[in-house]
Design a protein around this ligand. Structure first.
Ligand code: UDP
Length: 327
């Protein structure tokens, strides 16, 4: 019998790649998504239930209908800038809805949970690359909301025996190599898809600040391929199903690229000149976020496959041309 894995947010960018990975590994994904940001056409298998995490009755129904072995939770808002201007939206969905999901799970005696956390929980780094023991002092509401859930997971682990693994992602990017699915936010605020839109002449690219304390003045981020993220979630899931205790891991590459370097890499991949204007800094942006994933490699056996930004952008570009209907 295939194990049922509830994938909250399975129609979204990372969730839909996870669903593909789970199908490939012989699990049965049960996708729960309100389609506020996800796309039904991104769900390439499993069972789909359209529902909101705030809808407690519907959630109970799902746990009554399916024997769920574990829950993976991707259904969160993820825009740093928006979280600064509209924190209410972030606390409502990222904290209250996660809390609701956890309590419903526990009522149904499901006690295995994989959580999408973020490097934004660290705030301004004291030391790079960031390791899991780095202090967590977020500087934006997005990071705050994810840290609150990490704390709930810690407390629920002790009190209610909820076993969880929190995965602190660096910058998720790229697309499934065959370009069946990829990143499709609306509005799009992330750097790589915006750079690709600029390469196609569809958008003017604005870089938020070039006066940071970094070698070229622009922010540095650690871009990790979405299929490598999915692989890490699968490994974490298997660990939990095997009895692993509550834990947390960074998922990054250990190499950072400045915003200007991302543009250069995209010019190389696309063969197009990308024009840029430098504008004000965006609120909530730390100058540099680069993560060590030694713990995930050692303890989960994680083997990321995409080891260069260009390879990541190649998959994003292939998908982006399809998304924008360009041959
Ligand atoms: N960024 C930018 N222009 C854009 C989108 C992003 O300059 O159109 C910058 C952003 O300020 C940050 C980096 O690119 O320094 C990565 O931002 P993104 O929103 O992709 O991910 P985040 O790190 O905020 O999760």
């Amino acid at each position: 019998m295939k194990k049922n894995i509830l994938v909250a947010g399975g129609a979204g960018y990372i969730g839909s790649h996870m669903v593909l990975f789970l199908l490939d590994k012989g699990y049965e994904p049960i996708i729960y998504d309100n389609l506020s940001e996800g796309h039904q056409e991104s769900i390439l298998g499993g069972k789909f239930i359209q529902g909101d995490l705030a809808d407690t009755a519907k959630l109970h129904q799902v746990f009554n209908d399916y024997d769920i072995s574990a829950v993976m939770h991707f259904a969160a808002h993820c825009y740093v800038g928006e979280s600064v201007t509209n924190p209410k939206k972030y606390y409502q969905n990222n904290v209250f809805n996660a809390y609701n999901l956890l309590n419903v799970m526990l009522e149904h005696k499901v006690n295995k949970f994989i959580f999408s956390s973020t490097c934004a929980t660290y705030g301004n780094p004291i030391k790079l690359p960031l390791t899991e023991d780095h202090p967590q002092n977020p500087i934006n509401p997005y990071g705050n909301t994810k840290l609150v859930v990490e704390k709930i997971l810690h407390d629920y682990s002790h009190a209610y025996d909820l076993k969880s693994i929190a995965l602190r992602y660096f910058n998720a990017s790229g697309a499934e190599p065959q370009a069946r699915i990829g990143e499709g936010h609306d509005p799009e605020t992330h750097l790589i898809p915006n750079v690709l839109d600029a390469a196609l002449g569809l958008k003017e690219l604005k870089i938020f600040g070039d006066d940071y304390d970094t070698p070229d003045g622009t922010c540095i981020r650690d871009y990790i391929h979405v299929m490598d993220l999915a692989q890490a979630h699968w490994l974490a899931l298997e660990k939990l199903l095997d009895g692993h205790q509550t834990d947390f891991f960074n998922l990054g590459t250990g190499t950072g690229y400045s915003n200007k370097e991302v543009i250069q890499a995209a010019e190389k991949v696309t063969g197009k000149k990308i024009s840029v204007s430098i504008v004000e800094r965006r609120a909530g942006d730390p100058p540099s976020l680069v993560g060590s994933s030694d713990k995930a490699k050692k303890e989960l056996g994680w083997k990321p496959e995409y080891d260069s930004l260009e390879k990541i952008i190649e998959t994003a570009w292939k998908w982006h041309l399809k998304l924008r209907k360009i041959n």
